[in-house]
Design a protein around this ligand. Structure first.
Ligand code: MN
Length: 693
């Protein structure tokens, strides 16, 4: 498979960056980054460099006053209260915050989290009726409720009041609740709109504690930060303040449950938003995916060390099971895709299977979309229906594509980058066709994933000052990604294993300047390039402590053959995919894929001389000395050699291995049916091409 990304380097105005540095006395790399990211007004600089803006007054949110009055009354009169949450990490942390706060107030409070499988997200009539039977008098929703118009009406008819707190977009009609707190209400004039559910929950607690909001922030900001990072809302404005404070609180280690979730992490190193995403958040989510979100709520609320140990051990097990199930689904999807060229070369990969855990298919779809560089939907069939989850590629609006398939779907929802569906089993094939037809109509050429580079690095002048200066921009995450740098034209000097062979260390060099980079999660034998290849690297710079000394680390995020013309190569790959799907090519397209005798002979000789070493398509181009050449045509060349029995290939991940059998007698390479089909399309409509055959 040839996965190709477009590398986009942000334009840099050096003079403006220098002027910015001078005006605000900023160190040079920091000023450069801020200039590149358009953060150059006095206000923006002050917001980034200052102590962090304060939280705005929670009562600026519409209905917050009503929410506070209703909740206070319930606490005072000891009315049974339920916090109605959600099973993902944002919903779980929101639930834990409001529940433990009310409990500390001495309220009669419990919480309810719907089951991911069976009930699904948000309120439902059955759960509302069950809560009424339990004698609940007040429901407080967190991270959900804004669209529960009917359920809120039902609750009211059963004698319960509802206070809605949510951060999702409202539909046309708001629920008729005692209070509806959601910054996206059209009549809400509060200054910040991008909170997660947990962010809104923190504002609610601040409002309830209006005499000492600082105390309640101090106590709950760690949980709010977890929910905020988990929900991938932009870490700007009040979210930036919230997460900065939350990270400090987590580093102090005040909450037993959070400490347990960060376990096997060295907490003396700075806890970053990124580390929350890698350690604590998948573990909280795993409990919800495995059907036991309460386990995570209990862990986050517990103050008993023994209980925390037990719950944390169970959650680590949930996460391990989640990881294994995810790997199994991913492997099964890959086998299905690679066994079927129409799937493998389709614009959108749609794969269905039985026995796949519906709580995991979204994670699997993300892995597949990343691997093939195109949108993917993974469906889990259960009896006559299937649940599906999809992930997209920047530039392809997945939700819009689903709208075009609405007649085939029982339910669907989502946004441009991720979406979910429910569908009858018998419609799955038609769904795959309709989705791909939508893509073909709107994207004759599918967008390729983009690598956004902030700046080019000169390997001769790299220094620990780079990450040290950029720490001012933390926390990194959604809306404020960790800076990504390009190291261009680097020759690979050495590839060596790290961490028992699971990771890779590579030394690269350019004009005598050497840089050592680390590539996590890639074993040396899976790396698509070899010693001697010249590559471009997209890296993040990190500072680590090593024997009491600060050490500069470059972490490899992307790699490509140096000098590759990515636009041209992506186009060439798309034409090749079109050819493999069996669609008609234009004569010009067929022409770009058609190799001549010299090109076929060159790749044949190269494969023979490589003696069965694993390599990638890009490294083959490099070795052919054709970095400007086209990947699609290279794939055709390999197909022809294979078809004519000149070379046999074994594939593994992005890599291929060639065996070149001894030839008895002469092989007529031009008798290839691949070549035949290409020639037919060149000749059919094109100018006189017959002379070439
Ligand atoms: Mn949420």
């Amino acid at each position: 498979m040839m996965i190709l990304k477009r590398w986009a380097l942000a334009p840099l105005d050096r003079e403006r960056a220098a002027a910015l540095a001078q005006r605000h006395s900023l160190p040079s790399y920091l000023a450069l980054l801020m200039e590149v990211r358009g953060q150059h007004t006095d206000q923006q600089v002050a917001a980034l460099m200052g102590p962090g803006s304060d939280f705005s007054d929670p009562f600026l949110m519409k209905d917050m006053d009503k929410a506070v009055r209703r909740i206070r009354r319930a606490v005072d009169q000891f009315e049974p209260i339920v916090v109605y949450g959600d099973y993902d990490a944002d919903g779980v942390t929101s639930t834990a915050m409001v529940y433990s706060y009310l409990q500390a107030m001495g309220a009669d409070v419990t919480y309810y989290i719907p089951q991911r499988a069976g009930e699904g997200y948000g309120m439902n009539p059955a759960s509302v009726e069950a809560l009424a039977r339990r004698g609940v008098q007040l429901i407080i929703t967190v991270d959900n409720g804004i669209s529960a118009v009917e359920e809120v009406a039902l609750a009211k008819s059963l004698g319960m009041d509802v206070v809605v707190t949510d951060h999702h977009q409202p539909h046309e009609k708001l629920p008729e609740a005692a209070a509806v707190v959601d910054a996206h209400r059209p009549d809400d004039t509060s200054p910040f709109k991008d909170f997660s559910g947990a962010g809104v929950a923190l504002k609610l607690l601040m409002a309830l504690e209006e005499d000492d909001p600082e105390g309640v922030v101090e106590e709950y900001v760690d949980l709010a930060a977890l929910g905020t990072v988990a929900d991938v809302v932009a870490l700007t404005g009040e979210n930036r303040t919230l997460v900065r404070r939350g990270l400090r609180s987590i580093m102090r280690g005040a909450r037993l449950g959070v400490n347990a979730l960060m376990e096997d992490e060295n907490l003396t190193r700075p806890v970053t938003a990124n580390r929350l995403s890698f350690f604590a958040i998948p573990r909280i989510n795993a409990a919800g995916r495995m059907g036991v979100p309460e386990r995570a709520v209990r862990l986050l609320c517990s103050e008993d060390e023994e209980e925390v140990r037990e719950l944390a051990a169970e959650i680590l097990e949930d996460n391990e099971r989640r990881r294994q199930m995810e790997n199994t689904i991913v492997e099964e999807v890959i086998s299905a895709v690679e066994a079927d060229p129409t799937l493998q070369y389709s614009r959108i990969i749609v794969v269905a299977g039985e026995g796949w855990h519906p709580g995991i298919i979204g994670l699997a779809a993300g892995k597949i979309a990343e691997r093939y560089g195109r949108p993917c939907m993974v469906l889990s069939i259960d009896g006559e229906t299937a649940k599906g989850s999809g992930r997209s590629v920047e530039g392809f609006p997945l939700f819009d594509a689903l709208c075009a398939c609405a007649r085939l779907l029982d339910h669907f929802g989502g946004h441009p980058m991720a979406a979910g569906v429910t569908i009858r089993r018998e419609f799955i094939d038609e769904f795959r066709r309709t989705l791909n037809a939508y893509a073909a109509a709107h994207f004759p050429e599918m967008p390729a994933p983009v690598v956004h580079l902030d700046a080019r690095l000169n390997p001769a002048v790299v220094s620990p000052d780079i990450p040290r200066q950029l720490q001012a921009l933390e926390p990194f995450g959604a809306g404020n990604p960790a800076p990504l740098f390009g190291l261009f034209g680097m020759k690979i000097r050495e590839l060596s294993p790290m961490g028992g062979g699971r990771h890779l260390k590579l030394s690269v060099q350019k004009k005598g300047a050497s840089v050592v980079c680390k590539c996590f999660g890639t074993a040396p034998e899976d790396f698509p390039f070899s010693v001697g290849d010249t590559v471009d690297l997209a890296v993040q710079a990190e500072l680590n402590e090593w024997h009491g000394r600060e050490e500069l680390n470059f972490i490899v995020r992307e790699v490509r053959l140096s000098g590759l013309s990515d636009e041209e190569c992506i186009h060439s790959c798309r034409v090749y995919e079109k050819f493999r799907r069996g669609e008609a090519l234009t004569p010009a397209e067929a022409e770009t894929l058609t190799p001549d005798r010299r090109e076929l002979a060159a790749v044949y000789r190269l494969l023979r001389d490589m003696g069965g070493r694993w390599c990638s398509h890009q490294s083959l181009l490099g070795r052919l000395g054709e970095p400007g050449a086209q990947l699609g045509k290279l794939a055709v060349r390999l197909d022809i050699l294979e078809e004519r029995g000149l070379v046999e290939f074994t594939l593994r991940r992005e890599l291929l291995q060639a065996r070149v059998p001894k030839q008895e007698g002469k092989v007529d390479i031009f008798a290839s049916s691949v070549l035949e089909r290409l020639r037919a399309q060149t000749a059919r409509n094109g100018p006189a091409e017959t002379g070439r055959a």
